[in-house]
Ligand binder design. Structure first.
Ligand SMILES: *Cc1c(COP(=O)(O)O)cnc(C)c1O
Length: 372
């Protein structure tokens, strides 16, 4: 295949469209080398890093408009570590897990343990979604706010189940890019390498008073919980603005800058309008283009932060993604296990809507050139 060189005037200013790790704005990276550099390589047990952790917790509280009694807790290991921490320290006897893609599936797998009853797993085909249903004996209802593998988002709405049942939301690719009300759930957890424009390695969670009560009760119950995965441990350390073991300081600094940027611009309402503008450009383009279709059939299920676009068999999506990559436009490949003739484009808050419109021109140019 001959190399396709995209004309300069249609190139986006920034070619990062991946779903994680995702675009980190130049201003954040510059501040890491500038004012942030005095923090790098210093002790996480001293005041400067503790105050950075405190600032991140305060920034997240502002962003999520935390109601009275909710707290921000943090730990190491990213969202994947949180799944196991939740199985040890949040699920009392049984979870209901909604699975409409890879990430929901991973929580369901983590909730299958020797000390819990088998989870009640509700599945929907990739590209659609399923809703939670109250079931007696279920004490945690869990699903992703945004299923990154398929580009489906689901509302955050408390389940009217048994008294005391918790609603637990994986917000890894949603946090900071989709408006919602945190009072509609008990745990809203995420890692910061997506909309929150930072690097991987840490997890954060907004926890309600009911979730805190659950964490403390299970921790005192005598159940075996490894120290690294103990939410009680994370709660106690977070209140002191620290983590059990050494956190990634650069991740904290980049996150702090992103929170400042989003909050100063108008918070979640502003971020939501911006991601909606970018994703709508892609969905409208796909709807009006003969060879392209939004993968998610129901417009109400389409993610505002991860757009998945199917191609018909006149276009080989993998060739389009490879050609874009050779022009510096990276990570438009679909989720590897989904196995579709598709492009997946992150429209996270850091990504300029104008860059998304340029990307569309680049896709059209590439498809035309490939068709010859
Ligand atoms: C990326 C992602 C994860 C995994 O995050 P890690 O920090 O790599 O563990 C989990 N859930 C969702 C919805 C994601 O998008």
């Amino acid at each position: 295949m001959a190399h396709i060189t995209l004309p300069r005037e249609i190139l986006p200013a920034d070619g990062r469209f991946g779903c994680g790790p995702s675009k980190i704005r130049a201003e954040q990276l510059a501040s890491l080398a500038g004012p942030g550099s005095v923090l790098m390589g210093t002790s996480h047990r001293q005041a400067p890093i503790k105050s950075l952790v405190g600032q991140v917790r305060a920034g997240l509280s502002d962003l999520l408009r935390l109601p009275e009694g909710y707290e921000i807790i943090a730990g190491n290991g990213g969202s994947t570590a949180f799944w196991d921490a939740a199985a040890f320290g949040l699920v009392d006897t049984r979870a209901q897990a909604l699975v409409f893609g890879e990430f929901g599936g991973k929580f369901a797998a983590a909730a299958k343990t020797p000390w819990l009853e088998a989870p009640d797993v509700r599945k929907a085909d990739a590209g659609s979604r399923v809703a939670a249903e109250p079931v007696e004996g279920v004490d945690v209802y869990a699903w992703p706010h945004n299923e990154t593998s398929t580009g489906v988002s689901a509302p955050v709405e408390r389940v009217a189940g048994d008294e005391g049942a918790l609603t637990v939301i994986d917000a890894t690719s949603a946090a900071g890019g989709i408006n919602f009300s945190v009072s509609q759930c008990d745990v809203y957890y995420f890692a910061p390498q997506k909309n929150l424009g930072s690097d991987g390695g840490l997890w954060f969670a907004a926890v309600s008073p009911a979730a805190i009560e659950r964490i403390e009760r299970i921790a005192a119950s005598g159940r075996y919980i490894p120290e690294f995965l103990s939410l009680k441990n994370a709660l106690d350390n977070s209140r002191l603005n620290q983590t059990l073991n050494t956190p990634a300081v650069a991740t904290l600094h980049l996150l702090d800058k992103q929170l400042e940027w989003i909050n100063d611009n108008g918070g979640l309402g502003w971020a939501s309008a911006r991601t909606r503008e970018s994703s709508s450009a892609l969905y409208e383009w796909a709807d009006s283009t003969a060879y392209a279709t939004p993968f998610v059939a129901d417009p109400a299920h389409r993610s505002p932060v991860v757009a998945t676009i199917d191609f018909d068999d006149t276009v080989e999506a993998a060739a389009v993604a490879a050609s874009l990559r050779s022009n510096g436009i990276v990570d438009t490949e679909p989720y590897r296990k989904l196995g579709r003739n598709q492009l997946r484009v992150a429209t996270f808050v850091s990504i300029e809507p104008d860059d998304v419109r340029q990307l569309i021109r680049c896709i059209e140019y590439t498809v035309d050139a490939l068709k010859g």
